[in-house]
Design a protein around this ligand. Structure first.
Ligand SMILES: *Cc1c(COP(=O)(O)O)cnc(C)c1O
Length: 528
């Protein structure tokens, strides 16, 4: 091995062991193996020092706890380290590329965080008198204004707290509109490529979900199949729930005809707008015939999500659905400025809210961040963000299409690119193995096995916030992985990830039978 004059190696040791040694502590370098807090906290330790309370009489009427609370106690530095170590096991958009298709993991600009922490926004409380928060009401109203402007609609329900919650809100408005018209249709049409939340929402409201076939050549909705299905269920179709761009990353090119066919059947067009980030500034859903659409502020408008923050899913509504928007909403009141309508007693003619979705007004912190994102980008910047999102996805597509397989041929995609697993045929490597090997390379995997319309799907959404250098490294890494799969290096995949704190988990069991509480281990039996 070559050494410098101080005896320090000047090049990597080529003979270094390639196995992963076990360490005494279970830690790997500076990545710590972290137990549950219950496993190392002590009930008799505490980071705070309270005086004993003076004698007092309880007012709990006999409901006071008799046994010890048994919360794990830690000294302050121990508690600090525990949570910081755990946080280091979190993969985040702030640590690397996060190409999770359909999830739009884009950079969360720090300016937004700064705005959300302004005391006038960050320290207010929903039960505070309205007269003390006119700025917050004004901010919600401005955000609503821009959402309506960008979508070409004239009403928006702000309060839903996630995309799926927005779907529920939009579909409840649709149900209320049918009821008000004396109709009671039972069916909601959902294309094959839909996000799972769409059929779930329809089913939750008691609708029967009827599938619409996708075209084989590009995964978009087959207009003729749609018309046939509508005719088959004449008079009984409540709505279609359609994602555009769809989850194959393609624009539904017949969307205007789809809307017309739906409206002709007295049904409503619910659009899943989670992918609005691909078309902001380019197309307005209102112009396409959409009646209701949720907008994920946590995707399109860069507010943090996943473990980083709560979602927010305002729903834009067409004129026909606007009267049914849930409470609370903001009404323009001429010179008096925006007024918050919170109770039925405040309603005027024509306002027929179906109820309410949340206790208060929605995710105020996310409203601030989303408006900050919009205002700092401006209309030209938002349009460019959509264009760059599409450009980046196509850059990845072109960089990989000779090695990986595109189910619908080498045609341009929107903001995400969909591969299937046919390029892995006969390699013994699956989509899952491939994704796990990406973890060893420092990448969060792409979305796997979704959408269901293609086999072994890999849906990659780089977002506009990745630089060209970052995309080049990502493409080169995936090319390297594909070549080793084709070269028969199955070990690289079958045991992956080799370098993560946990290896292959039983993901099905984790989802179906999660262990959410800690049970105190039974005391060890005394030896007989
Ligand atoms: C993310 C997403 C949803 C659901 O949004 P949540 O905020 O996670 O509830 C619905 N549809 C599509 C297409 C999505 O990508």
């Amino acid at each position: 091995m070559s050494m410098n004059s101080q005896g320090r190696p000047s090049a990597p040791n080529e003979n270094a062991v390639s196995y992963t040694p076990k360490t005494f502590t279970g830690n790997r370098a500076l990545d710590m193996e972290e137990p549950l807090i219950f496993e190392f906290g002590h009930f008799d330790t505490t980071g705070v020092d309270f005086d004993m309370p003076e004698a007092f009489e309880t007012e709990l009427g006999g409901f006071e706890r008799e046994d010890a609370l048994e919360l794990p106690g830690l000294a302050e530095p121990e508690a600090m380290r525990h949570y910081v170590r755990l946080s280091r096991n979190n993969y985040a958009i702030d640590s690397g590329l996060y190409p999770l298709g359909s999830c739009t993991m884009k950079h969360n600009p720090r300016l937004n965080e700064k705005m959300a922490r302004l005391p006038g926004f960050g320290d207010i409380h929903p039960l505070q008198p309205l007269s003390t928060v006119p700025g917050a009401i004004e901010l919600i109203d401005q955000l609503a204004h821009w959402l309506m402007t960008m979508t070409g609609t004239s009403a928006v329900a702000m309060s839903p707290k996630a995309g799926a919650h927005g779907e529920l809100c939009g579909m409840m408005a649709i149900k209320a509109a049918h009821t008000a018209a004396g109709r009671d249709p039972k069916i909601v049409l959902v294309p094959e490529s839909a996000h799972g939340t769409n059929p779930a929402t329809a089913a939750l409201l008691g609708y029967k979900v009827v599938n619409i076939d996708a075209r084989d050549d590009d995964g978009t909705v087959d207009l003729d199949a749609l018309k046939r299905t509508i005719a088959e269920h004449e008079g009984n179709v409540a709505a279609i729930m359609l994602t555009n761009p769809n989850t194959c990353g393609l624009f539904e090119r017949d969307i205007v005809e789809i809307a017309a066919a739906i409206h002709k059947a007295d049904a409503y067009f619910y659009c899943d707008g989670a992918n609005f980030n691909a078309i902001v500034g380019k197309a307005r859903p209102g112009d396409l015939g959409v009646d209701a659409m949720h907008i994920n502020l946590h995707k399109t408008f860069s507010t943090p999500h996943g473990g980083g923050g709560p979602g927010s899913g305002p729903v834009i509504l067409s004129d026909r659905l606007a009267p049914f928007a849930p409470l609370p909403f903001i009404r323009k009141d001429g010179e008096n400025g925006p007024v918050l309508v919170e109770a039925e007693a405040q309603l005027t003619d024509g306002e027929k809210p179906f109820g309410r979705m949340t206790a208060f007004h929605g995710q105020m912190g996310m409203y601030v961040r989303a408006l900050s994102y919009m205002m700092s980008h401006g209309s030209d910047g938002l349009k460019q963000a959509s264009e760059d999102a599409v450009l980046n996805a196509n850059y990845v597509r072109v960089g990989l299409q000779d090695l990986m397989s595109l189910p619908f041929g080498e045609r341009p995609c929107m903001h995400e690119v969909l591969f299937d697993d046919s390029f892995l045929k006969d390699t013994g490597v699956t989509t899952l193995d491939f994704a796990k090997a990406m973890i060893d390379e420092g990448y969060h995997p792409m979305t796997m096995y979704f959408p269901l319309v293609v086999h072994g799907a890999m849906l990659i959404e780089p977002t506009e916030s990745e630089s060209r250098a970052s995309l080049d490294l990502f493409v080169a890494t995936l090319r390297d992985l594909v070549m080793s799969a084709k070269d028969g290096q199955t070990d690289r995949f079958s045991g992956a990830p080799y370098f993560s704190p946990r290896r292959r988990l039983d993901e099905t069991k984790a989802a179906r039978k999660p262990i959410l509480t800690w049970e105190k281990p039974a005391p060890a039996q005394a030896a007989e």
